[in-house]
Design a protein around this ligand. Structure first.
Ligand SMILES: Nc1nc2c(ncn2[C@@H]2O[C@H](COP(=O)(O)OP(=O)(O)OP(=O)(O)O)[C@@H](O)[C@H]2O)c(=O)[nH]1
Ligand SMILES: [Mg+2]
Length: 337
């Protein structure tokens, strides 16, 4: 589905607006059946010829259930054309194949409901007990739809989680990494031209800050990595490892923040080890900066303080200098020895 409306500050239409946000709630089997039966029953009450009414009831239920199932498929994002970041996320959290299987089951049910429903409807006029045929059709349709209830619930759960993912567009992207409390979010807030988006990654309870900034060359985005780098690589679970890889995948340049004051709770040594790991993970340039320069100056590289604003612009400029290299594999910068 193509989005035609944009709110102020939204990326322009066509720039990977995240499609799960526009996916309606997926009903359960009972919800689909209740609405379809209620509508068809209302029509039946209005008919005088009872035999014709029974047949039309079955046709109406069949059409309604079928169309509702097809509409779920039509309004669900096409997984193969999702931007890579979201494909990654769907894969990490639910599995693309698992999700395709669920969608396939819904297509199967739509087809079977139509086959069964219309086939009973077309022969019921000749049956001895038309009302009995109607009940048979209802039972068949209900049974088919109930069979896919777990798939409907699975897709709705996924939709509820995926629609809350942060908006990540294909603009020039700075991914901000570093241990917790080093000042990642503070930096994104300091350089964002509008109020940063606060979203969530489903694999962490921490709020994600996504910031944007207008520059003469166009808009850039800054993406936070909270709750993923809280522990050494070997202690990270598979979801965290994949999530980190997915985030690094969207980076045009990575900003690694070191807190030399160690107020963040991690020693300089530990922070340097994480820096080495990040460098081995990405093919884009890694810019290193030391935060909290208002407290401690123990940094040979770019020092900054989001508290006083010192050095913040210089860090941003160093990052933007890599804009012309977008799409190329950069050589990790060695701003800190
Ligand atoms: N003095 C001083 N404090 C800072 C500076 N930058 C950040 N802080 C403080 O450090 C703490 C952590 O900052 P955040 O920006 O939340 O750090 P973070 O890296 O986003 O942390 P997580 O989201 O937990 O990973 C906060 O209390 C900030 O106020 C700075 O330049 N100077
Ligand atoms: Mg943060």
């Amino acid at each position: 589905m193509e989005d035609e409306t944009t709110a102020p500050g939204d990326p322009p239409v066509g720039m990977n607006r995240f499609q799960f946000e526009r996916t309606p709630t997926i009903p359960t089997a009972d919800e689909i059946l209740d609405v379809s039966f209620r509508r068809a029953a209302k029509k039946r009450r209005e008919k005088r010829n009872k035999d014709r009414a029974n047949e039309e009831f079955v046709r109406a239920v069949t059409a309604s259930v079928h169309d509702r199932l097809v509409s779920i498929l039509q309004r669900f994002p096409d997984l193969d054309s999702l931007p890579p970041f979201y494909q990654h996320m769907v894969e990490i959290l639910y599995g693309i194949d698992r999700m395709k299987k669920a969608l396939g089951a819904i297509g199967w049910a739509a087809w079977h409901v139509r086959e069964k429903g219309y086939s009973i409807a077309s022969t019921m006029r000749r049956a001895d007990d038309v009302a009995d045929e109607r009940r048979r059709a209802v039972a068949r349709i209900a049974s088919i739809v109930h069979q896919i209830d777990p798939e409907l619930r699975f897709l709705n759960d996924a939709r509820n989680v995926l629609r809350k993912l942060p908006h990540v567009s294909d603009e020039f992207t700075i991914v901000v990494a570093g241990y917790p409390n080093v000042g990642k979010s503070s930096f994104i807030r300091a350089v964002s031209s509008a109020a940063p988006e606060v979203a969530a990654y489903p694999f962490t309870t921490k709020g994600v800050i996504i910031g944007h900034r207008m520059t003469p060359e166009g808009r850039i985005q800054l993406v936070d990595t909270p709750g993923i780098l809280d522990r050494p690589a070997e202690e990270r679970n598979p979801i965290e490892r994949q999530a980190l890889a997915a985030l690094m995948d969207i980076a045009d340049v990575c900003l690694f923040i070191i807190d030399p004051s160690e107020h963040c709770g991690f020693s300089l040594e530990e922070q340097r080890r994480l820096l080495d790991e990040i460098r081995s993970l990405v093919t884009v340039p890694v810019i290193v900066t030391c935060s909290k320069a208002d407290i401690v100056r123990r940094c040979e590289g770019l020092a900054m303080s989001t508290a006083t604003g010192e050095g913040v612009n210089a860090v941003l400029e160093a990052l933007l200098a890599h804009r012309s290299e977008t799409g190329q594999c950069g050589i990790p910068s060695d701003s800190m020895q």
